[in-house]
Design a protein around this ligand. Structure first.
Ligand code: SF4
Ligand code: SF4
Ligand code: FES
Length: 365
């Protein structure tokens, strides 16, 4: 006999539970949205930001949906006057030492805090205090910029660095309203164990951790850029990435402004990228980049050619070697930088077209 399914009641609807569910997990399966800021499904819940507080009947206090286990028979309200009032008050307080204009409708990544505050109608007129958080003045790394005025001390960046990267290059430092993100002794990230993966940027909900290059250039806001999905070509893992392209730049040829990972849980890289995938895209516009095939002329000098001409010359050359020296005088070596499909096609070309099993791929060694 199968065990009885455990259920709870969420906003008047019965929801089946799975083992290990938090209230947030159960709500998300039931397509009920609960606002979160410090939550990242890759990280252990800490209940730091308090945006996800909901009402559970029988509990005196509002409880954090991200960190409270869902149990049989719970009756939960994710939206009522008490919960809504809490969200408005909390987000209004966050805004009092947060730069409300920057990143909202201007350049850079979307700021989830400011967007959420607008959505719930949080007060924006409670005065503005200068933020007491400070950033290290020593940090001259070329990729990552920390803007303390945008930080809400949710610790997603430090937890990501610790739990996903296992690097622990950054930590929460200071106390109270001075709590900030720092390295040991305020060193530049370049002098720490940091691998420049940029995962701290990816997980930050406010844009406090951001791409230095984008912050320092006059780029259009992320929402005005065209998002193009692609496969990273730096190694054979096949991480998916989203290129954010300013289509009007470079006289209409377009320019990659930044690269992000597709959302957590949607592709094999699960929201993660390495330093090369995230930051090493300048080669795309490099002035020494080959943009057309080249064929050597009789004098041995490389001359620009069309793809048709290049493919015809390659095919003739390979067939010539095979005729003169036999099929096994040819060998094909493909690259782990190619996709699996491209590698498959290379071995098919070797075996079926040129009749040789001399085919290898660098990742096989
Ligand atoms: S870039 Fe990666 S390794 Fe460096 S601090 Fe950020 S999360 Fe940690
Ligand atoms: S930098 Fe971003 S992720 Fe890190 S604590 Fe501040 S707001 Fe959170
Ligand atoms: S998302 Fe639950 S406390 Fe921050």
């Amino acid at each position: 006999m199968s065990a009885m399914k455990q259920t709870l009641v969420l906003d008047g609807r019965k929801v089946e539970l799975q083992q290990g569910d938090t209230i947030l997990d159960a709500a998300s399966r039931a397509n009920t949205s609960i606002p979160t800021l410090c939550h990242d499904p890759r990280l252990k819940p800490v209940g730091a930001c308090r945006t996800c507080l909901i009402e559970v009947e029988g509990s005196r206090r509002l409880l954090p949906a991200c960190a409270t286990p869902a149990t049989e028979g719970m009756v939960i309200h994710t939206k009522n006057e008490r919960v809504d009032r809490h969200r408005r008050t909390l987000l209004g307080l966050y805004l009092t030492d947060h730069n409300q204009d920057r990143h909202y409708g201007l350049g850079g990544a979307p700021n989830q805090l400011v967007a959420m505050a607008h959505e719930v109608g949080a007060p924006t007129d409670w005065g503005q205090l200068p933020s007491k958080r400070k950033a290290s003045t020593e940090d001259d790394n070329p990729y990552i910029l920390f803007d303390p005025e945008q930080c809400i001390a949710c610790a997603r960046c430090t937890r990501y660095c610790d739990e996903v990267e296992s690097v622990s290059a950054i930590t929460l430092a200071g106390r109270g309203s001075e709590t900030t993100i720092s390295t040991n002794d305020g060193l530049s990230l370049l002098d720490t164990t940091c691998e420049m993966c940029g995962g701290c940027i990816d997980t930050c909900p406010t844009g406090a951790m951001t791409e230095r290059k984008v912050a320092e250039m006059d780029a259009p806001p992320e929402r005005d850029l065209k998002k193009v999905r692609s496969t990273c070509n730096f190694c054979g893992v096949g991480c998916q990435l989203d290129m954010h392209v300013d289509e009007a730049a470079n006289e209409g040829r377009g320019q990659i402004i930044k690269i992000t990972s597709p959302p957590v849980g949607t592709t094999t890289n699960d929201g993660n990228l390495c330093v090369k995938g995230r930051f090493a895209y300048d080669f795309v516009d490099h002035n020494e980049r080959l943009t057309t095939p080249l064929i050597r002329d009789k004098a041995g000098v490389l001359q620009p050619a069309t793809w048709e001409e290049a493919l015809a010359a390659t095919s003739l050359g390979l067939a010539g070697v095979s005729e003169r020296h036999g099929k096994n005088s040819l060998a094909f070596v493909s690259s782990s930088r190619c996709t699996m499909e491209e590698n498959y096609l290379v071995q098919k070309l070797a075996r079926q077209v040129y009749g040789t099993n001399n085919v290898h791929q660098c990742a096989a060694t």
